[in-house]
Design a protein around this ligand. Sequence first.
Ligand code: M6R
Length: 610
Amino acid sequence: MCGIVGFIGKEEAAPILLDGLARLEYRGYDSAGLAVFGEEKGLQVVKSKGRLQALSDLTKAGSTIQGTAGMGHTRWATHGVPSDVNAHPQASESGRFAVIHNGIIENFAEIKEFLQNQGVKFSSQTDTEVAANLLDYLYEGDLLEAVSKMLHRIRGAYAFGIICADCPDMLVGVRKDSPLILGHGEGFNFFASDVTAIIKYTREVSYLDNDEIAVITREGTQVYDSYLQPVKKERHHVDWEVSAAEKGGYAHFMLKEVMEQPEALRKTISPRLQNGQVKLDDLHFDVQYLKAMDKIYIIACGSSYHVGMAAKYTLEKLLHKPVEVALASEFRYCEPLVSEHTLAIVISQSGETIDTLTAMREAKRLGARVLSIVNVVGSTIARESDDVIYTWAGPEIAVATTKAYSTQLAVTYLIGLAFAQMMGTIEKEEYEAIVNELQLLPEKLQKVLEQREAIQYFASLYFNHSSIFFIGRHLDYAVGMEGSLKLKEISYIHSEAYAAGELKHGTISLIEDGTLVVALASYKPLFEKMMSNVIEVKSRGADVIGLTTEDVGPEMMKTVDHIITVPDTHPMLLPSLDVVPLQLFAYYVALQRGCDIDKPRNLAKSVTVE
Ligand code: M6R
């Protein structure tokens, strides 16, 4: 939901900002802009509707705007349609302030009205222009005073970058519930929405907390709380490689990330398995707590929620405790039954999804202990949880998640096994069998990836369908939900995931000659029941692609039109293998349809508005 980056140093800012924005474009891509302060021309603002390339063309790769301090923005529209005028930076009417913003100012309408009554004229529909003009209104010669006063007047979620023409040697960054980091260099410094924007220049970062104000100069950075009291920040070293955030020869980030899954799984699982035992050193649970637990609430959105759907089956089986899975956007409003014996497992790739973050805070407020599963180190959800366990998927750039989903799933297995062993709810043989299979998962997943061409062929047969169904039972149903979301998200084909047994209660009326149904039937205890449902849709004219394990593939092939198989494994781990053909299917369908795979329409990677 909008990417922001600011640079101040000795080099020309615009090319560096454009480079940073290119790495943040996954956060929003409907318009982009730059504000740069130059000695000759003062504060210059250039912006353009459309992809970053349009801004780059407009500024001749940044060469037409001179200055060594500036900031850039790539937008996912909230207030006002994507247009040149609504793009950020937004300048105040006097031109003294330029502001970039990620988030939403909830009380912008009342502030706008107040400012209009003071005679201020607005040219955009954005809440950001309200912030720029409010700053100007509050400014009495002291920039930080004005920022502090503004923070006490606005409500909502935001990360702001601010330049004031009166203070050309500093940038100001502010955050509340939207991410903002500082990057520290020698003679230059940055702020940015995330590390990918600045890792080419520095690996030393610090994370701003809510209501903090950062002053960034060439010489250094200083952070204050909202009352302008200095705050000391810890520095962190980022150790992943720049190449991790580049395509590395693949046509799309999504394909690269799909192919990286065996390695991502290895990195997530191996360090946590020692001599056949799951060791979660990152967690601090004791057996009394686990035994007294009244239930587990899994809270997440989108694909992370689908991980939760699969985890419900496995955690209930392993821990003999009720597990409820909640859409984070609903959780706060459904009067959840949470006590001090409730464990909330919060799942988020970005660690910044505002729905998930606010639901997590509500769970905490109600007394739950929070264990989060997060990919982005230092993100807000990670920092506000009681315990965090990181997925080591590396940076995920494509909007459609793949390797983060897989590593999140893996972490749910690890948590289930570790807790079950502590609680004594798993037999030794079963524990060992799962751990063994867990170790083999990356290898087996590699085998699934080798079927790329066959999956591409199936995609070429069905890419022009207007509606595709995914059906399954139990864990297969949970995976079908993810397969369906992947397809919708990047190919724009309508799709539904259905519990196979539920079809006959209404939805089967949509099945007609040639409708494509992807039938997941890898969960053996329900194979026969699932096949009955497959026959039901076949009898109504559906084309069926079956997805099951190698050993029962020939049996399923007798009924379906096409088959995709995955190596057999412990039933609990099957989602990790089954999801991969569905990711590839969605990818190749979208490719055939000429869709913008890494940046699908209307979406953004990190959703920081409610
Ligand atoms: O960063 P999070 O895991 O919290 O994000 C949650 C969803 O927005 C995310 O999984 C979304 O559904 C993906 N784009 C799906 O591919």
